[in-house]
Design a binder for this molecule. Structure first.
Ligand code: CAA
Ligand code: NAD
Length: 286
C-alpha cells in the first residue's frame, strides 16, 4: 500500500504535464508549479487538452476526465507545495537550476517523510540530493515521453538514497500509476538514455553528413527494425534542446565521442528549432 496522496510537479512542460496528468487520472491530489501565470496557463491547457482528447477517443469517461481536472491545481508559488508527500521536479535539463530547486524544496516541503524526486534524464541524482538536508529521501523517478502511453519508469537511487525511499517510489509507481519500474545506477543516462541517446545522435550525424535524407533514415528504422518512429522524428518528439542538454551531461560524465552533440544539433537549438514542441525541427509541424 502506498502512503502517497498529495503530489507536486515542478514544471508543466512536455514531461511535467504528462506526469501531472497520469497522477490526476490516478485520483491523486496534484499541484503543478510553473514559473509564470502564462506558463501555468499553458500547462493547464496542455493537460486539459490531453484529457479532452482521451475522453473523445473513449479512453476515459467524461466523468473521469472531469474528476481528473478537479484533482489538478496550478501555482507559481513553490511554497504551495508545503504539504506534499511526493514532489517530482520536471524543469529543463539544467543541473544548476535543478539543484537550486531541490534546495528550495528542502525548505518548503514540511513532511520529513516526503520523497523529493527528479525526472532528470542525465543529471547525477547525488548532485540534487546534496542540495538538501534529506539526501536519503531524494531519487530519480524517470518517466518516458509521452507519459500517459509509455509504461516504464526508471528508479535511480543515489549512493545515499534509503532503500525505504526506493521501495515507496516503486510501490507508488506500480500501484497508483500502473507503471513498470526498472532500477538504474546513478550514472548519466541511466539505462535507457545510455543506449538511446548515442543512437539518436548517430541519426543526426548521418543526416548532417548527407548520407541519407531525414525521411529515409526514419523510414529505415521504422520499416527495417519495427521502431514506432525513426531517430529524427523521435529527436523532434524529445525536444532538440533537451536532447542537446542530455548529450552534454553524458559527454561531461563519460568523455566518449559517441555522446558528443553534433554541430548541427547545436545550430538547430541556437536557431530556435526545438522539434515538435516549437513547431519545427528535422520536420515541420506547423
Ligand atoms: N498522450 C496520451 N496518449 C497519446 C499521446 C499523448 N501525448 N500520444 C499518443 N498517444 C496515444 C494515442 O492516443 C494512441 O492511442 P490508441 O492507439 O489507443 O488510439 C497511441 O498513443 C498511438 O498514438 P497515435 O496513433 O497518435 O500515433 P503513433 O501510433 O505514431 O504513436 C507514439 C505515437 C506513442 C508516440 C509512438 O510513436 C511511440 O511509441 N514512439 C516512441 C516514443 C519513445 O520512444 N519514447 C521515449 C522517448 S525517450 C524518453 O522519454 C527519455 C528521455 O529522457 C529523453
Ligand atoms: P520542457 O522544456 O517541455 O518543460 C520544462 C518546463 O519547466 C517549462 O514549462 C518551464 O516553464 C518550466 N520551468 C522552468 N524553470 C522552472 C522553475 N524554476 N519552476 C517551475 N517550472 C519551471 O522540458 P521537458 O521535455 O518537459 O523536460 C523536463 C525534464 O524531463 C528534463 O529534465 C528532461 O531531461 C526530462 N525528460 C524529458 C523527456 C523528453 O522526452 N522531453 C523524457 C524524459 C525526461
Amino acid at each position: 500500500m502506498t502512503d502517497i496522496q498529495r503530489v507536486g510537479v515542478i514544471g508543466g512542460g512536455l514531461m511535467g504535464a504528462g506526469i501531472a496528468e497520469v497522477n490526476a487520472r490516478a485520483g491523486l491530489d496534484v499541484i503543478v508549479s510553473e514559473v509564470s501565470d502564462d506558463a501555468a496557463d499553458a500547462a493547464r491547457d496542455r493537460i486539459h487538452g490531453s484529457l479532452d482528447r482521451g475522453a473523445k477517443k473513449g479512453k476515459l469517461s467524461e466523468d473521469d476526465r472531469d474528476a481528473a481536472k478537479a484533482h489538478l491545481r496550478f501555482t507559481t508559488a513553490l511554497d504551495d507545495l508545503a504539504d506534499r508527500d511526493l514532489v517530482v521536479e520536471a524543469v529543463a535539463e539544467n543541473a544548476e537550476l535543478k539543484a537550486s530547486i531541490f534546495g528550495e524544496l528542502d525548505r518548503v516541503v514540511q513532511s520529513r517523510q516526503a520523497i523529493l524526486a527528479s525526472n532528470t534524464s542525465s543529471i547525477p541524482i547525488a548532485k540534487l540530493a546534496a542540495a538538501t538536508d534529506r539526501p536519503q529521501q531524494v531519487l530519480g523517478v524517470h518517466f518516458f515521453n509521452p507519459v500517459p502511453v509509455m509504461k516504464l519508469v526508471e528508479l535511480v537511487p543515489s549512493l545515499v538514497t534509503s532503500e525505504e525511499t526506493v521501495t515507496r517510489a516503486r510501490t507508488f509507481a506500480a500501484e497508483k500509476l500502473g507503471k513498470e519500474t526498472i532500477r538504474a545506477q546513478d550514472r548519466a543516462g541511466f539505462v535507457v538514455n545510455a543506449l538511446l541517446v548515442p543512437y539518436l545522435l548517430s541519426g543526426v550525424r548521418m543526416y548532417e553528413s548527407g548520407f541519407a535524407s531525414a525521411e529515409d533514415i526514419d523510414q529505415g528504422m521504422v520499416l527495417g527494425c519495427a521502431h514506432p518512429m525513426g531517430p529524427l522524428t523521435l529527436a523532434d518528439l524529445v525536444g532538440l534542446d533537451t536532447l542537446k542538454s542530455i548529450a552534454d551531461s553524458m559527454y561531461d560524465e563519460y568523455k566518449e565521442p559517441l555522446y558528443a552533440a553534433p554541430p548541427l544539433l547545436q545550430r538547430m537549438v541556437d536557431a530556435g528549432l526545438m522539434g515538435k514542441k516549437s513547431g519545427h525541427g528535422f520536420y515541420d509541424y506547423r
